[in-house]
Write a protein that binds this ligand. Structure first.
Ligand code: NAD
Length: 347
């Protein structure tokens, strides 16, 4: 049995304190590594199981390790000497992935189980966990005119099968490592995140990237048709990546939020049809829409209730969707044309 740590007030995080970021070959954690580097942190350890050439961002001056953190021995190596750990590694993707590969999603429990234990044993001061809005009760998300989800809506639990339940259980690990063992943990429930340097093709991409790519492809192939998954009516909110990394930093460094799940998402609700209209406007094109009723579509509606984050941090993700989408479209367009020219791109 483990004894509870003596809990003291944290000293100020120093610029040469070691920060560990897992999943850093992926979208959000890669951007997070760059964010901390730009803030002047000098010791950042970025970790991902993917080979380095597949990472979206390789941040100069950041230690980059290719290790599988679902393995206990690797987690020990990764957490050695760390002051803070940001755990963002997960086997995940958009609806097409999480509805089809529930076993892979559930197996991410190995990552969180070993990472949090290794962090505790290494004496890590603060541990961040990237949860998801998929942890919320699906019965509250059956109408496109959804009531925005507040933090207490996760219980009674009826999370998204596979992916959502894994997130809920990992949240519970974080809460109990604080309650029983005194390690400070922080939990953000991300609502759809989008932006440059993320998945845009290959089956794991989410709606904003998928629609941008399809529009770019339609223009390129001069075939002005587009197929939309489902009937286009489901609603979602989408958070721009810069808001996401800033929010992670703020949540991690707020002592009032220890072991307290909090929404990190935009509250600008749009339907998939509206999202496509925005992309069309950016691209200056109008496509003929076809709907695929058999494709994965997820819950009917989901939005982030930001009452709690506004109260705790006096802040909420605010980048307008039109603005973030324009930057994302441009980035995907570059990737698309580079790939076409035979240049190496990361999808
Ligand atoms: P991503 O797929 O781009 O990045 C995840 C990274 O984790 C990948 O690069 C992958 O290779 C790595 N990974 C997977 N298993 C690993 C392992 N065993 N060891 C080491 N690395 C491993 O995903 P993302 O969008 O950047 O998501 C980051 C986190 O945020 C995830 O936990 C995800 O569940 C959560 N989240 C994301 C969103 C979103 O909209 N992107 C929404 C809710 C929650």
């Amino acid at each position: 049995m483990e004894t509870k740590r003596f809990i003291e007030k944290d000293p100020q995080l120093q610029k040469d304190d070691l920060i560990v970021i897992t999943g850093a070959g992926g979208f959000i954690a890669g951007n997070l590594a760059r964010y901390f580097k730009n803030k002047g942190f000098t010791r950042i350890r970025a970790v991902d199981k993917k080979p380095l050439y597949e990472w979206y961002l390789k941040v100069p001056g950041v230690e980059s390790l290719c290790l599988d953190v679902s393995r206990e021995e690797n987690c020990k190596r990764v957490c050695e000497g760390a002051v803070e750990v940001y755990q963002l590694a997960a086997d995940m993707g958009g609806m097409g992935f999480i509805e089809r590969f529930r076993v892979e999603c559930l197996r991410s429990i190995l990552i969180n189980t070993h990472m949090i234990e290794a962090a505790y044993r290494a004496g890590v001061r603060n541990y961040f966990y990237s949860s998801s809005a998929c942890a919320y009760n699906v019965l509250l998300q059956q109408d496109p005119k959804v009531r925005a989800l507040k933090e207490s809506d996760a219980y009674p639990a009826m999370a998204e099968r596979g992916y959502g339940w894994e997130k809920l259980i990992s949240e519970m690990f974080c809460q109990e490592y604080w309650a029983e063992r005194g390690m400070k943990t922080h939990i953000a429930r991300f609502h759809n995140v989008y932006g440059p340097n993320g998945t845009w093709d290959g089956g794991r991409e989410k709606a904003p990237a998928a629609l941008c790519r399809k529009v770019i492809e339609a223009i390129d192939k001069k075939d002005l048709n587009i197929t939309i998954w489902g009937d286009g009516t489901p609603t979602r909110s989408f958070m721009y990546i810069d808001d996401c990394v800033k929010g992670i930093d703020m949540i991690m460094h707020c002592d009032e939020l220890i072991a307290t799940p909090i929404n990190l998402g935009s509250s600008e609700l749009v339907s998939i049809n509206e999202l496509l209209s925005k992309v069309e406007k950016i691209a200056g094109v109008k496509l003929k829409r076809h709907y695929d009723p058999d494709a994965p579509r997820g819950v009917a509606g989901r939005n982030s209730d930001n009452t709690f984050i506004k109260k705790m941090l006096k802040w909420e993700p605010k980048t307008p969707l039109d603005e973030g989408l324009a930057v994302t479209y441009k980035w995907i367009q570059e990737q698309y044309h580079n790939r076409k020219k035979g240049k190496r791109v990361v999808e």
